[in-house]
Design a protein around this ligand. Structure first.
Ligand code: HEM
Ligand code: HEM
Length: 194
């Protein structure tokens, strides 16, 4: 399966980036939502540290993904797809990319501004502070930003998934199939789009 995308098919690397990010964000969101309900005890610190480390990994992964995207072509949309839908898809994807950077960045900013203790990424190395120390105003802003940016991501991603399913089961086009993990038969993969 080619690593690069073609005119009719996402490449294996683009699919890997997409679906790994989806799974990581689902795991990360679950941990985040559960963790804030836990009693504030020393025993919960490792859960917070894991959430922060995984969140920073998602951020680094998003950077790598954008880098790869700069060199990888995007599949073309079916000629039958109206112009407004193509513009909407580009805008929605740009928003999703913005959010997968903004959510972890706001968490990192919050962690930096609380300056509770040094953060070690999965215990391996010390993560630099974005604020250089405790800052009450930034802390309040970043905490609210992390919360609202997360819920914006959840809403936009849910809409995005619903549109993908609409393409699959209503329009019956290739949009979801060509992003779906796994190999496709050569003839099918090169079949011209309707
Ligand atoms: C894609 C990445 C991330 C997602 C999806 C995510 C998601 C969440 C969610 C859903 C919550 C619970 C919000 C609430 O109900 O109050 C949360 C809380 C939190 N997150 Fe993240 N997070 C991410 C990255 C990060 C990063 C990178 C850090 C720090 C380096 C971080 C630090 C925190 C902290 C400290 C809290 C607790 C906030 C509080 O006590 O009010 N998060 N996160
Ligand atoms: C956290 C959840 C998700 C995020 C952050 C996300 C993000 C993205 C982004 C940024 C793109 C554009 C890729 C690019 O142009 O480089 C994309 C494409 C795509 N996503 Fe998602 N996605 C999520 C969940 C899903 C789910 C659940 C589905 C399926 C039900 C899905 C189906 C697709 C499809 C089919 C495409 C290709 C669209 C096209 O050909 O233009 N995504 N996704």
């Amino acid at each position: 399966m080619p690593a690069r995308s073609s005119a009719s098919q996402w490449g294996s690397l683009a699919k890997f980036f997409h679906w790994t990010t989806v799974i990581a964000i689902l795991v990360q969101a679950t941990i985040g939502l559960v963790m804030v309900e836990l009693p504030k005890r020393p025993g919960t610190i490792p859960v917070y540290t894991f959430h922060k480390s995984l969140g920073l990994a998602i951020f680094a992964f998003a950077l790598l993904r954008l880098l790869w995207r700069a060199f990888d072509p995007r599949p073309l949309y079916p000629a039958t797809m109206p112009r407004w839908q193509v513009v909407g898809a580009h805008a929605g994807h740009a928003l999703l990319y913005t959010l997968i950077f903004a959510v972890p960045l706001s968490g990192w900013l919050f962690d930096s501004a609380t300056a509770l203790r040094p953060l070690y990424w999965f215990g391996l190395f010390r993560v630099p502070s974005l604020t250089g120390g405790r800052d009450e105003a930034i802390k309040t802003f970043a905490e609210a930003a992390h919360f609202w940016l997360f819920w914006t991501l959840a809403a936009v991603a849910a809409g995005h998934a619903a549109i993908a399913l609409h393409h699959q089961f209503h329009d019956r086009d290739d949009i979801l199939r060509r992003m779906w993990p796994g190999r496709r038969r050569a003839a099918e993969a090169t079949k011209p789009l309707p």
